[in-house]
Design a protein around this ligand. Structure first.
Ligand code: ZN
Length: 373
């Protein structure tokens, strides 16, 4: 009698186990266990897909201090060489092993749905999956919406293992770290966790003593250092890294430094990716999702700024790289939106964010094909 109950109990356990997995869309079929979400503030698709724009590398326009040096560093005979020079990781790794969206020269269009075309509304749309009309400024106001970071942190697949490293000091409010409990290291805050105490002290000292070009935005190299060390030591399942310099150098009208900081962002992402591949918890089990909060103007001096009054500011780009993403390179199609990022990130954890949050955009199609692997 006892034995029969035991067998029945075991059968129920096994049955509910497999049924549960089927309901969760089978994360066991995915290779991905971790996601790196990275954003680069205000980096235009034009530079990503065409490389440096020759028209803007000019002394007359006042955008570049040393025209020969900037020309030699970034101008090339064709867009393929120019873009690989500016962003070697994007073009030598992501374009070959992953997917890219938003090359309007090749008929691929990605855009924001919000009608603000600046940062807080864009980051809300990226992180929550929908635009919010109430967000009309970049002020430090705690976000009333729940981000996908917060939503996932409460799911067993992520289990609270979420963190954010951000160059801009508004992110503790966008992510609402007070409510969400997600640690957000942002702006000029010191980095708190690193493997080597002397390196931590050196980075924090440099960060404290460097002249601050912007009161609210620290240099991306410090943000990326903090992110790498946190990943190494705390092993988050979901790490959000928000880089910021390209937007600010563009607002300063410095096209040379906009290009330099873009190249640095590409290198910092490459370093994060190579760190990921060196750690057993992450190697072959991590997906990178990369995008921007808004575009910038196309014509004249438009590249310096972005708003609803500057055409092109709603035009964005996105990229995905990882073990579950078919190597399709540049994708075609015209209807990709910023609101799809949140559900895409969740889907890599086997979670149906768009199903749970009906206002959220659907995951990007074709970025996840576990059956093909
Ligand atoms: Zn901006």
């Amino acid at each position: 009698m006892m034995k029969r109950w035991l067998i029945l109990g075991l059968a129920i356990c096994l049955c509910s186990l497999s049924f549960g997995n089927a309901l969760a869309a089978g994360p066991e079929e995915l290779h991905t266990r971790n996601v790196l979400l990275v954003t680069i503030d205000g980096l235009r698709w034009q530079e990503v897909f065409r490389g440096a724009e020759e028209r803007l590398v000019s002394k007359e326009a006042g955008n570049v201090k040393e025209v020969p040096a900037t020309s030699a560093a970034y101008l090339r005979d064709n867009p393929a060489d120019a873009r690989a020079t500016l962003m070697p990781f994007v073009w030598n790794v992501i374009a070959k092993e992953g997917q890219l969206f938003g090359n309007r020269d090749a008929g691929s269009e990605a855009k924001v749905l919000n009608n603000r075309h600046f940062s807080y509304p864009g980051y809300n749309e990226i992180l929550c999956g929908f635009p919010d009309e109430r967000i009309g400024s970049n002020d430090k106001i705690a976000n009333q919406n729940i981000t996908v970071l917060e939503w996932l942190s409460r799911r067993p697949s992520v289990g609270g293992r979420v963190a954010a490293f951000c160059s801009w000091d508004v992110f503790p409010y966008i992510i609402n770290s007070e409510r969400s409990g997600i640690p957000v290291n942002a702006g000029w805050a010191p980095v708190e966790v690193a493997e080597h105490a002397d390196e931590l002290a050196a980075f924090n000292r440099v960060s404290a003593e460097l002249p601050r070009m912007w009161a609210g935005v620290r240099y991306d190299t410090i943000t990326a250092f903090g992110a790498r060390e946190y990943l190494r030591l705390k092993k988050p399942r979901l790490l959000y890294v928000s880089l910021g310099e390209p937007d600010d150098w563009a607002h300063e009208g410095r096209y040379d430094l906009y290009l330099d900081s873009t190249k640095t962002c590409d290198r910092l992402i490459a370093e994060l990716w190579s760190l990921v591949q060196s750690l057993p918890e992450y190697a072959g089990k991590t997906t990178l999702v990369l995008t921007v909060d808004h575009g910038r103007g196309r014509e004249g001096d438009g590249w310096k700024n972005h708003s609803v009054d500057i055409p092109g500011s709603d035009e964005i780009w996105m990229a995905v790289l990882g073990p579950d993403t078919p190597a399709l390179g540049e994708r075609t199609g015209k209807d990709y939106t910023q609101s799809q990022i949140a559900a895409t990130v969740a889907k890599f954890f086997g979670e149906d964010y768009a199903g749970a949050i009906p206002t959220a955009g659907k995951p990007l199609p074709g970025v996840l094909a576990p059956a093909a692997k």
